[in-house]
Design a protein around this ligand. Sequence first.
Ligand code: HEC
Ligand code: HEC
Ligand code: HEC
Ligand code: HEC
Ligand code: HEC
Ligand code: HEC
Ligand code: HEC
Ligand code: HEC
Length: 456
Amino acid sequence: MKYMVRKTSLLWVALLLAAIMAPQAYAKDAGMPNLAPKEVVIKRGMTEEAAKCIECHAKKTPGIIESWKLGKMGHASISCYDCHVVEKTSPMASQCEGVRGTQIFISPMVSSKTCSRCHPEEVDQFLKSAHADLSRKAVYDVTKAGGKLVALQLHHEGGEFMGIKRGSATNRAARVSGCMMCHGSEVELGPDNKPINATWPAGVGTLYPDGTVGTCTVCHTRHRFSIAEARKPEACASCHLGPDHPNIEIYLESKHGQIFLTQGDEWEWDSAPDAWQPGDYTAPTCATCHMSGIGELTTSHNPNERLKWDLMHAKSVVRSGERGDGVKGEEQMKKVCANCHGKSHTQAQRETLDTSVDLYNEYWDRAVVMKKELADKGLLKKDAWRDGFQELMYYLWHHTGRRARMGAAMNAPDYAHWHGFFQVFQVFKDMQDIHEWRLKNNKIEELSTVMSTGPT
Ligand code: HEC
Ligand code: HEC
Ligand code: HEC
Ligand code: HEC
Ligand code: HEC
Ligand code: HEC
Ligand code: HEC
Ligand code: HEC
């Protein structure tokens, strides 16, 4: 087993802090009931201002202090002051009750930029990953897919088509409660520099008013910021679930997930970065395969470094450009498996993935041909969401086709088959029937044959 320590910058910070830190002294909970506001007196390596934030917030927002004090950064004297105090000139600068009238300015918004002061490598990797700009642009960029994604959120889901005013709070409700909470938002500010229009808090790729990007708390929740938490599959499950990318469902049904469910309680979750290795656990979690150091691989905050295929879009291609380098990605992922499986086993899994992608792509290519024939003859409705053929085509790739591909990639036969290929062929045959009917009758059937629900 190799223990690689490449966190030299982090170690220096920790050493410096250890050197200047006075012995930790939490005031003991003087027999008060557990949930009542506690007195906390801070007498360790912190400035008086920094200690004041904690002392007052222990009364005003005890839940925050309770989490903070259990985390490694709480132990290392990284305080509210380090992350929330901003320059007076910051576009996000405001003052809470406790600092009003002083020269101290704070912000409830904290982007990855703040963390990069002490964790520059993690933030660099994160910013190159799809979790940063690509994630937010998927729901904001009006040029993406010819504006169709923004239209989906505001025109269709937000009810503009039935007269709800575009841009109104009601119109934006579907976007802010769903898409933005996973993908991220562009934070808008009111005159007091506080966020408005429910654009904060938001998901992983959030763009902050000072131009910085990224919400690190989606995997290490505040204010504990735990490495152990991020290593568990639940850390990913708030976003990677559901009919269109059921990664947590797939994982839990795979043999790896079943081992996690039966043995995970006994695993060691808190080993040092890059030193979390087989033995601490007996089967991989999402983090093990996609991010953590294992064997000769070091930890990365950019999951695309270990991916070959793009499995999320309508047609799967080998990754390139901003989506990573699929050739290298495949080699890296194989190195993950090599820690616990032999060559023949891993080769069989890679073949299963590649041939599943081929099969799915065959369906997709033929669907594209049918759609073109219908388009050439004027046999497609303008509103795709009222047109059975186009609705089914969406389910073909976005729901059933993703499930087939991702189920095959992550070793979940039930998803690859029953929620996947079984439904891929059914959806495809229904599309064939509609295609033939329209060509034969030279018209579009009046009612969508699909109506509201997709294949589950
Ligand atoms: C290591 C950095 C860090 C430290 C230390 C820290 N915070 Fe935070 N805090 C964050 C991040 C990150 C967020 C989420 C911000 C976002 O989504 O834009 C946050 C959010 C918040 C929020 C707004 C969210 C809410 O639930 O209302 C409050 C209030 C807050 N922190 C108070 C505190 C207090 C009080 C302390 C001191 C005990 C503290 N923070 C220590 C990083 C930190
Ligand atoms: C004397 C008590 C007191 C002190 C000292 C204090 N705060 Fe606060 N803080 C509050 C209260 C009360 C609130 C909630 C009401 C408000 O936002 O004014 C708050 C709110 C906040 C928020 C959330 C603001 C928002 O818009 O949601 C943050 C972040 C915060 N404080 C950080 C700090 C930091 C950092 C310090 C130290 C530099 C600090 N506080 C010192 C009492 C205090
Ligand atoms: C002022 C420096 C500083 C800032 C700013 C800072 N950190 Fe840290 N962080 C540290 C130090 C030091 C440690 C190591 C503490 C230890 O292990 O004793 C650490 C450890 C961590 C860990 C590992 C915790 C564990 O359970 O092992 C995570 C995760 C983390 N930080 C996330 C963040 C995030 C997210 C931000 C920004 C919101 C942030 N840090 C901002 C100094 C900082
Ligand atoms: C529950 C969290 C969640 C919600 C809600 C959500 N997404 Fe996603 N979305 C994801 C995840 C996770 C992926 C990545 C799937 C993968 O990698 O296989 C994704 C992928 C995408 C992609 C493909 C990636 C790209 O950059 O082209 C687009 C586009 C997209 N989502 C748009 C939206 C839109 C628009 C909405 C709202 C109408 C939305 N999403 C709602 C989590 C979510
Ligand atoms: C997609 C989930 C995810 C996001 C988002 C995320 N982290 Fe992590 N982080 C992890 C995982 C998983 C680990 C544990 C790696 C391991 O097993 O050692 C980790 C570990 C860390 C560590 C411990 C040292 C190391 O590099 O292993 C630090 C520090 C850290 N993260 C900081 C951050 C910062 C700063 C951000 C925001 C830019 C961030 N994380 C965003 C999942 C995430
Ligand atoms: C707050 C929501 C959220 C959380 C939590 C989250 N992700 Fe993601 N993830 C996304 C979104 C959104 C995308 C799609 C980004 C895009 O391409 O538009 C994504 C994409 C990915 C991808 C594809 C990357 C690529 O380059 O195309 C992988 C792999 C991934 N996430 C793994 C993880 C893992 C592992 C965890 C937990 C340790 C995790 N994610 C936690 C939202 C999330
Ligand atoms: C045994 C290792 C392993 C585990 C465990 C695992 N994955 Fe994967 N994952 C893979 C492989 C292999 C691929 C396909 C890689 C390729 O394209 O070559 C993949 C693909 C993905 C993708 C699709 C990216 C795209 O192209 O759209 C996402 C998202 C993802 N995984 C998230 C997760 C999440 C979230 C978990 C945990 C709930 C998880 N994975 C657990 C190995 C794993
Ligand atoms: C930490 C060790 C570990 C890693 C890393 C790991 N696996 Fe596994 N895997 C296991 C264990 C343990 C089993 C259960 C074996 C059994 O059924 O007896 C298993 C089972 C499987 C199975 C079920 C079929 C079977 O009975 O063998 C497949 C498929 C699989 N792994 C694929 C992969 C692939 C692909 C990778 C890399 C992307 C990978 N694994 C990485 C430990 C691991």
